[in-house]
Design a protein around this ligand. Structure first.
Ligand SMILES: *Cc1c(COP(=O)(O)O)cnc(C)c1O
Length: 361
């Protein structure tokens, strides 16, 4: 067996320790006589798995009592519709567009009502985060929407927008559990787990109780109402049981490492290794304004497409996988999620330095 360093943006690297644990329990979970994959979602064993996962997530994120935790399906893209269908009571929402994922969310919301783009960094190919301290918030906006970490463009919103009292909704898919957050600042904070938490198939939605409405937009299917899932503890229908189980193992792994405060230190240190190298390199450079750089997704380029392609090929051969940038941006992108060990970042930077040295002689 030889595991590579996988820099994929998602689905992405998972902690090896967690995979080994899952492997050990694959045929028989505890004393149940069966795999978690084979269990009824109504069984005691699975209910315990679900309860424990929620309990550990609440501990990791310090989630206040008046928030529900929902384990849903349909990926991040389903939330782009579910958010407006459930919250757009005035049929107006304000969107802050800082990259591909907030742009997609805003486009989808237009199906359901008026979408005002109150800030955007499209003018510079989403390479920065605009000042969000004094925006033109729409009087009757139902919520203000952000994607806090733009996975493709590699920016992070470090200072939350001043929403002037409006509900803040945030997609944190690609920075979920990478650092502490104050959940009470958000109305909804949600993420697809396949970036930083678990295997594709689960979307975790953390929603404040008062936003779980009975009255949502007409024609909203039962499955797309937050109420349905909140009232049934994420067991209205069959949830993605095995994937939730893996998320639960990842939560335990994070707790053991010291939680999100410890992860922030580790993640900052890992990102610093790569950014410091990029800042001093004559061949490679980062594409994002320094103050807005993501610790999770690091895009970089040489400025020459052929050279980028040559680098990606050479890196792949050296066991540094999935380093190619998103098709909409080009160049390279290294995703440094929680489960990427510091050894992987060092291996990447050493490889880049060798490649650069080879080009300069
Ligand atoms: C990947 C991603 C999505 C889309 O997730 P899917 O599960 O593929 O629908 C949405 N938002 C962000 C920030 C992402 O990184």
């Amino acid at each position: 067996m030889s595991r590579v360093y996988n820099f994929s943006a998602g689905p992405a690297v998972l902690p090896e320790e967690v995979l080994r644990e899952a492997q050990a329990e694959m045929l028989e979970y505890k004393n149940s006589g069966m795999s978690v994959m084979e269990m009824s979602h109504r069984s005691k064993d699975f209910e315990d798995i679900l309860d424990e996962a929620e309990k550990d997530l609440r501990a990791l994120m310090n989630i206040p009592e008046n928030y529900k935790v929902l384990f849903l399906q349909g990926g991040g893209c389903t939330q782009f519709a579910m958010v407006p269908m459930n919250l757009m009571r005035n049929k107006v929402a304000d969107y802050i567009v800082t990259g591909q994922w907030s742009k997609k969310a805003a486009e989808e919301a237009k199906i359901f009502g008026t979408v005002n783009t109150i800030a955007s960094s499209a003018d510079k190919n989403f390479s920065y985060v605009p000042d969000l301290s004094d925006l033109n918030i729409t009087d009757n906006a139902d919520y203000v929407y952000i994607c806090q970490n733009e996975t493709v463009h590699g920016t992070t919103i470090r200072t939350l927008p001043n929403t002037k009292g409006k509900t803040l909704v945030a997609d944190v898919s690609s920075m979920f559990l990478s650092e502490p957050v104050d959940v009470s600042k958000y109305g909804i904070i949600w993420g697809g787990v396949q970036k930083n938490v678990g295997p594709a198939g689960v979307t975790i939605v953390i929603i404040r109780d008062d936003l779980i409405y009975d009255e949502v937009l007409p024609f909203t299917p039962t499955m797309l109402k937050y109420k349905t899932h909140a009232a049934n503890k994420s067991l209205y229908n069959t949830p993605p049981c095995y994937n939730i189980y893996i998320c639960g193992l990842v939560f335990k792994w994070l707790l053991k490492l010291g939680g999100t405060e410890a992860m922030r230190k580790i993640n900052e240190a890992k990102a610093k290794i790569l950014y410091d190298y990029l800042d001093n390199s004559k061949l490679f450079h980062g594409t994002v304004e320094k103050k807005d750089r993501s610790f999770m997704n690091v895009p970089f380029v040489t400025g020459n497409k052929d050279l980028d392609a040559e680098f990606v090929n050479a890196a792949t051969k050296a066991g540094l996988k999935n380093i190619k940038g998103h098709r909409s941006v080009g160049g390279m992108r290294a995703s440094l999620y929680n489960a990427m060990p510091v050894e992987g970042v060092n291996a990447l930077v050493n490889f880049m330095a060798d490649f650069e040295a080879g080009k300069s002689c």
